[in-house]
Design a protein. Structure first.
Length: 418
């Protein structure tokens, strides 16, 4: 296909190009399967991604990326093309841990391939998308489709620890300012256009310690916290519901206390709140709601503290990039040109209409669109229900289909921009 025809896609040309891209993706099925199995075999929990980043670098060079860089945080960025329209595709390449190995039916770091499905930690969330993106790059190079845009394939770090932190660094420090971002978290090959935001909020109560044999002499911080826990449960029932994103939620995800000994009244107690923010819910609102819930217990201001937590853990390179643990809600309008380009790409590649939906969990989109306003869309292989589970898996067929989508999308979007 010539540069002119790539810039001026009509239905016939788009169909022919989709056919070639699908054939190219199918051709590289075994390569993608091997690549993801290699990545799964490399433990890569948050802040420990160095080895898997180097494996990705090797594959990007093998498949012909124009430039491959690793920034100071440790994110890997592969570049293809030099056109005016800038498109970024993001896959975080860190994973959560495996928990108890006894719960796994197979070795979580072996990348077992059985009956067309690959199993292992990171298969769904989200090393599968990295495999598909890298081979989409090869398809793009092979078909010479890289004239009208610059594509950045990003393997981002620390997402599981602190979603969006990687893109705060990429946007502010690397100065990468794309016209759009494709988040490749698992969508089961559907198109996702947003999700709820989230916050991590801490509540601490302050009591008075005394000997456990005479608890009336002190003030038990755990009893104070028990009253707060009841109010937090009630607060969850009062939170806003949005027709598209669903309901805001709050839950206690951790509780602790401090005490001089096991024969003493605790003088301090702590709870960690996982707060999910639906459309219209802000940081200030969420903090006020929790503070009001605590006040309902009758505690004095000096008895407690409510605070939004911070993240300061260094990346595998040793870089610290502190941030508040507030991750904004984002939604791309269904009639936005980016969403339309994603739908057009899907229909061209798969010959059917897509399901346009949203994630249940949070992604790096909280930074790209939630913080910086860069139009963001989601499309990825695997089903999100397998993320973080002992059944972590991806069908090989999803790798092929996702690669085809990623190979065609940049051209469709760059055409829509003109």
């Amino acid at each position: 296909m010539t540069e002119k025809s790539a810039c001026d896609l009509d239905g016939k040309r788009l169909n022919e190009l989709s056919r070639k891209i699908n054939a190219g993706a199918k051709k590289h099925e075994k390569d993608m399967a091997k690549f993801i199995r290699d990545m799964i075999a490399i433990p890569s929990e948050s802040c420990q991604e160095r080895a898997v980043v180097l494996r990705i670098k090797k594959e990007m060079r093998k498949t012909g990326f124009d430039k491959v860089t690793i920034d100071r945080m440790g994110n890997i960025i592969g570049k293809i093309g030099s056109g005016k329209t800038k498109i970024a595709m993001d896959a975080h390449i860190d994973t959560v841990g495996i928990g108890s190995r006894k719960e796994w039916k197979w070795d979580p770091y072996k990348g077992k391939l059985e009956k067309g499905v690959i199993y292992g930690r990171g298969a769904s969330d989200q090393e599968s998308a990295m495999a598909s993106m890298v081979y989409a790059g090869k398809i793009i190079k092979d078909l010479k489709l890289d004239k009208d845009y610059t594509l950045y394939v990003v393997g981002s770090v620390q997402e599981e620890d602190c979603d969006g932190l990687c893109w705060q660094y990429i946007y502010r420090e690397d100065k990468l300012r794309p016209d759009c971002v494709v988040i490749t978290e698992p969508t089961n090959l559907n198109i996702y256009r947003g999700h709820r935001g989230r916050m991590e909020i801490a509540v601490t109560t302050y009591g008075v310690s005394c000997h456990g044999s005479a608890p009336e002499r002190g003030k038990n911080a755990v009893y104070m916290m028990a009253k707060i826990a009841n109010e937090i449960e009630k607060l969850n029932g009062r939170l806003k519901n949005d027709r598209f994103l669903g309901k805001g939620t709050v839950t206690i995800s951790y509780i602790d206390c401090k005490t001089p000994s096991l024969c003493a009244v605790p003088n301090q107690s702590y709870i960690h709140l996982d707060r999910r923010l639906t459309a219209g819910e802000t940081k200030a609102l969420a903090v006020k709601q929790v503070t009001d819930a605590v006040r309902r217990t009758g505690l004095k201001p000096s008895d407690f503290k409510v605070e939004v937590l911070r993240y300061e853990t260094p990346s595998y390179t040793g870089l610290r990039y502190p941030t508040e643990k507030y991750f904004p809600t984002w939604v791309l309008e269904e009639n936005h040109p980016l969403c339309k380009a994603a739908v057009t790409t899907f229909e061209s590649v798969f010959r059917k209409k897509p399901l346009v939906d949203k994630w249940t969990f949070s992604t790096n989109g909280i930074a790209t669109m939630g913080m910086f306003g860069v139009p963001t869309i989601g499309f990825g292989p695997a089903n999100e229900k397998f993320a973080h589970s002992v059944n972590d898996q991806v069908p090989v067929d999803h790798l092929v289909k996702a690669a085809a989508f990623y190979a065609l999308f940049p051209l469709v979007f760059s055409k829509a921009k003109k």
